[in-house]
Design a binder for this molecule. Structure first.
Ligand code: ADP
Ligand code: MG
Length: 397
């Protein structure tokens, strides 16, 4: 496979300082406990490969949305500690990302040594793609490697503007794997190809749906997104989450699917409650009998069977977004059923999106999925065919 960027093995890194952009944006508790370290684990192969090549490693990442100011609860310190534990060695941790301390340390590091910079978004220049901030990051190192696929869809300083300061730059092993897997799905997916979509953000996912319609044989929609489509078809959905401003677009999308010979499957029944509460009393209702005061929180048993049947035997499956409010276990059964159906499929399976990947892991099905993407938004934009700033910036001049 050929890549638009240089891969690790093509970069000259021995004894040089490498600025490695990673995605350590992990969920963290208010006491600073890391709740899920999968994103850290996913970058270990790249870190180890660079250490073996005797690079001096300077890692940088964002975490959360501190809004350009220092917020102690979003410090990367706990991530640095976890990384030191995983690698069983010291990780230098200056208290800033592009100031004097980081600069001084970058000059005194030994080959193979590691430093982690403080949260990039403590500086307003990061999200503004600010050239001055990018320059401060740029002078820390000689080579740039981007392994933060999850941040590749954002033109931020550490992903975009910083690359101007490096002649030698390329992609890490995780970025390379994400690219390979998504490319396989984006170009010529083996048919029949099914897409399973859920979650809440219909606004950001409609463009993807419109682009996938031309490639997919079947599009299955669950989660809150389904209610906007059902309403567009004239069904009552009570007080379920609907984006009124997108009903017309949803209707057009259904029409477009028909024109392209792609069938769209929507839920036939729903788990409903009177109020969203983990202990709320639940009922199952079918389309046509949806009570006007009820809220849909999961796909019902008939829909689970219908969706699983539509997924069986497909050669390619892409899944993004949970089927219900799966954070509340009693509304998570539809999502778990789909995790099982997707992992049982014999073909190539790819799951993108933080919530869907978490559901797959929770159900213990991760080993049966070909690729769990670390990037939610980035994987969607890639599949839509939009150029990702983080990948474009790696392309040699
Ligand atoms: P992903 O992170 O996988 O891309 P999204 O962020 O779009 O998915 O959506 C995930 C959110 O959608 C979850 O927090 C989930 O609770 C919510 N959700 C799913 N179904 C419903 C529903 N029926 N009503 C309200 N929220 C829902
Ligand atoms: Mg999400």
């Amino acid at each position: 496979m050929s890549f638009p960027f240089k891969t690790l093995s093509e970069l000259d890194i021995e004894g040089r300082r490498v600025l490695l952009r990673v995605d350590f944006n992990v969920p963290i508790s208010s006491e600073g406990r890391i709740l899920d370290d999968n994103r850290i684990l996913a970058t270990l192969p790249t870190i180890k490969a660079l250490q073996e090549a005797r690079a001096r490693l300077i890692l940088c990442s964002h975490m959360g949305r501190p809004g350009g100011e220092v917020k102690d609860e979003l410090s990367l310190m706990p991530v640095g500690e976890r990384l030191a534990q995983l690698l069983d060695e010291e990780v230098l941790f200056p208290d800033d990302c592009a100031g004097d301390a980081a600069r001084r340390l970058s000059r005194s590091m030994n080959d193979g040594q590691i430093m982690l910079l403080e949260n990039l978004r403590f500086n307003p220049g990061e999200t503004q793609n600010d050239p001055e901030f990018a320059e401060k990051l740029g002078i820390l190192a000689d080579v740039y490697v981007n392994d933060a696929f999850g941040a590749a869809h954002r033109a931020h300083a550490s992903v975009d503007a910083v690359t101007k300061h490096f002649n030698e730059r390329g992609a890490g092993l995780l970025m390379e794997r994400e690219y390979t897997m998504l490319q396989r799905l984006g170009e010529t997916p083996e048919k029949p190809f099914a897409v399973l979509l859920g979650g809440a953000k219909i606004g950001s996912k409609l463009p993807l749906i419109r682009s996938l319609l031309t490639k997919a044989d079947v599009l299955i929609v669950g989660g809150a997104m389904a209610y906007t489509f059902l309403k567009a078809q004239g069904h009552g959905v009570g007080k379920s989450l609907v984006d009124e401003s997108l009903i017309e677009q949803a209707r057009n999308t259904l029409q477009r699917a028909e024109n392209h010979g792609c069938s769209i499957i929507l839920p036939e029944d729903h788990v409903v409650v009177q109020e969203i509460d983990p202990d709320a009393e639940t009922r199952v209702v079918r389309n046509g009998t949806f009570p006007s005061d009820a809220i849909g929180v999961d796909i019902g048993p008939a829909s689970r069977a219908l969706f699983a049947e539509a997924l069986s035997g497909k050669r390619t499956i892409f899944w993004n977004g949970p089927m219900g409010i799966y954070e509340m276990p009693r509304f998570g059964e539809g999502t778990i059923a789909m995790a099982k159906a997707v992992s049982d499929a014999p073909g190539f399976t790819l799951v993108g999106g933080g919530d869907s990947a978490a559901a797959i892991r929770k159900a213990g099905h991760a080993p049966f999925i070909d690729h769990l993407s670390t990037g939610g938004g980035a994987s969607l934009e890639f599949l839509e065919g939009r150029p990702l700033p983080g990948i474009n910036a790696l392309i040699p001049h």
